[in-house]
Design a binder for this molecule. Sequence first.
Ligand SMILES: [Zn+2]
Length: 183
Amino acid sequence: MRQLTYSDTQRHYMQEALFEADQAGLIGEVPIGAVIVHDGQIIGRGHNLREHANDATLHAEIRAIEEACATLRSWRLEDCEMYVTIEPCLMCSGAIINSRIPVVYYGARDPKAGAVDSLYETLTDDRLNHKVKVYEGLLAKESGERLVSFFKAARQRAKAAKKARRAAQKAATDKTLDSPEKS
Ligand SMILES: [Zn+2]
């Protein structure tokens, strides 16, 4: 559901999720962040840590859910709300359903992996027992821009590395060609 206006409180929580996204970006992880709110308090927060942990499951939402469950000492996050900067993937949508989170706010869509609106509509699928109220577009620009600039920088780094490799190869080849004459 696209909501046109959000309250300051909602924006505040999404800012907290963006803060988490920045923590991921600072260490070279894809900048996605999430927080879980219960009774007006953040009880779980997380950012993507897949590369550092070498763990495919360590998405922001999973980390936040783990922390929230530990805080409440329950796997049921029934009176909670999740704020996440990017549309959740299939795995995270599954975790949201399994932890019974009733409300999710997300920032920008993920056309390549989003499982809430883009590729699938898992959180609002009538066949499932648990349905989630979904609000999209909260601080979408800020959320999306972080991803775009992250991947742009990554592409530039890859390009520079390729260029450096080619230069090194050329230098090595030139040296080999030179050496018979010199010896
Ligand atoms: Zn995910």
